[in-house]
Design a protein around this ligand. Structure first.
Ligand SMILES: [Zn+2]
Length: 185
């Protein structure tokens, strides 16, 4: 069986807590939706923040608000910012470095939460059951250009089938948003 999955390439971005949003943008601040993204209820916000480092970088906020602030940077950003960052699955913030983040109304000193997101395959609950995969499973994928890779599965409610990888990795593998990958059995 062939099962085609859409590719989504992510740039550096920030998931933010309510507390941190209010320090950076002011009390009661509400994010504005720039565009919806494929994962249910998630959106790229109009708001960007500045990551402070050896050289500063702009990063877009991805909504909605989360319990914990998490900064996802690109591999090459490490040299620009001057920090060493582990490759992690989203949400796993143990042993990750922090960073200073600047918004129009203030600065936060995030103690930890900076990661390079490991490439991953989102699947809905139904899709993962149909494919006999579960959250944390590993799958082999093949791109329409023949490139093969292994990725971790993230599934459950609020997920829809989509293969996510960051801009640096996508460029090195020569793949882009809107391409397709297939699960290899
Ligand atoms: Zn993702």
């Amino acid at each position: 069986m062939k099962y085609k999955i859409l590719v989504g390439v992510s740039n550096r971005h920030v998931h933010i807590s309510k507390e941190h949003l209010e320090i950076l943008f002011g009390k009661g601040y509400q994010l504005k939706v720039l565009r919806e993204i494929r994962q249910p209820r998630q959106y790229a916000a109009e708001e960007t923040v500045t990551l402070l480092g050896k050289q500063d970088l702009q990063a877009r906020i991805v909504g909605p608000l989360r319990e914990k602030t998490q900064v996802e940077i690109l591999t090459t950003d490490q040299y620009v910012l001057g920090i060493k960052v582990p490759k992690k699955v989203s949400g796993d913030l143990d042993n990750t470095p922090g960073i200073k983040i600047k918004g129009p109304k203030g600065i936060i000193n995030l103690e930890n939460g900076v990661i390079i997101a490991e490439k991953h395959l989102h699947l809905s609950q139904e899709e993962s059951e149909k494919l006999n995969l579960s959250n944390g499973s590993r799958v082999n994928l093949v791109h329409e250009n023949g490139t093969k890779f292994n990725a971790i599965v993230r599934s459950g409610k609020d997920h829809l089938s989509e293969f996510h990888l960051d801009k640096d990795e996508a460029e090195s593998l020569n793949i882009k948003t809107g391409d397709y990958v297939e699960i290899e059995y």
